[in-house]
Design a protein around this ligand. Structure first.
Ligand code: SF4
Ligand code: FES
Length: 325
């Protein structure tokens, strides 16, 4: 007898998929892609334990399973609810889900400042996209927002706690990628904040990845701060021989300058591989890299317009020539 477990059938917004047991609704939806995929602000597939914090991914389970077809009584977080055989899920086809998501956006924006015009994350900020797609036009919040002083976390990263939505991604990234984590969430409720506690620097070869996993502009790269709006730079796939990571990155170029280096992100804004600090912070010259060509940004946003690709052949040739020179 084969050990292979039968696949489970799940229908999301009318689209049926078969997935292995243990798959979450969110990951089942990601196998199809497009509009049926719920947004996710705290789940990050490469970080163990992430998810279940932000409630952006709420969906309605209108049929629990083939064996027990009763609907689930409340909306459920799709990032942490696993599918059952015969389950039926509503995402964008449920007015109740859309209304709840609007409420979640409003809640996330209660303390988040509207400083997109001066924030380095603008143009690739998940909260900006979420607010645009699901948010209301006005805020009903009349209280003072929480404000914090900016904090330097080591020489390369600045924390703007005002912008943090407490998704915990950076906490998981620091815990799973660095030795001796010294940062986390201190206090609870309205007083909760990301902190390095007594303001220590985070250490280790991979701590720069907390910038890439942050869905908003709370953790910013000090080597890139205020250098350019991201949509004025051209992302290129590039690689180098690196003894710490795969060396496969995206370099964001303006003219002959590499303004920043990040991991290569997929359609959900998640990096394909975590990269080391040397590649991210120290290799800011075109001659450090072998340019492979323009990176196509699948995530729909202002940089997802991919305008730079129109000039791709010439640009790529130009960059390659510069490196050979
Ligand atoms: S700093 Fe960014 S990654 Fe960390 S909890 Fe806040 S929003 Fe999430
Ligand atoms: S992505 Fe599911 S709760 Fe945040």
């Amino acid at each position: 007898m084969s050990d292979e477990k039968p696949l489970l059938k799940v229908t999301i917004d009318g689209v049926q998929i078969e997935v292995p047991e243990g798959t979450t609704i969110l990951n089942a939806a990601r196998q199809v892609g497009g509009n049926i995929v719920p947004p996710a602000m705290c789940y990050y597939s490469k970080l163990k334990g992430s998810g279940g914090k932000c409630r952006t991914c709420l969906v309605k389970v209108s049929k629990g399973s083939e064996k027990d077809p009763r609907p689930m009584p409340k909306l459920v977080p799709s990032c942490s609810t696993t599918v059952m055989d015969g389950m039926e899920v509503l995402n964008t086809t449920s007015p109740e889900v859309l209304e709840a998501r609007k409420g979640v956006v409003e809640f996330l924006l209660i303390n988040h400042p509207l400083d997109c015009p001066v924030c380095d994350q603008a143009g690739e900020c998940h909260l900006q996209d979420l607010g645009f797609e699901h948010g209301g036009a006005h805020t009903r919040y009349e209280e003072d927002r929480r404000t914090f002083e900016r904090i330097d976390i080591g020489p390369y990263i600045q924390l703007h706690m005002n912008r943090c939505i407490l998704c915990y991604r950076c906490v998981f990234a620091a815990e799973q990628l660095t030795n001796g984590r010294v940062h986390g969430v201190i206090n609870r409720g309205d007083h909760a904040e990301i902190s390095t506690y007594i303001q220590q620097a985070i250490d280790g070869d991979f701590y720069g990845n907390i910038i890439d996993v942050c869905p908003v502009g709370a953790l910013t790269d000090k080597t890139f701060r205020f250098k350019s709006r991201v949509w004025f730079t051209k992302p290129m796939d590039a690689h180098r021989d690196c003894d710490k990571c795969s060396g496969k990155t995206a370099v964001w170029v303006a003219g002959n300058d590499v303004l920043r280096v990040t991991g290569r992100k997929d359609a959900y804004g998640e990096v394909e591989e975590f990269i080391c600090n040397t590649c991210r912070f120290d290799k800011k010259s075109l001659s450090d890299w072998t340019i492979e060509g323009p990176r196509h940004i699948d995530r729909h946003s202002v940089i997802g317009m991919n305008h730079y690709e129109l000039a791709a052949p010439k640009e790529t040739q130009y960059l390659t020539n510069k490196i050979i020179e």
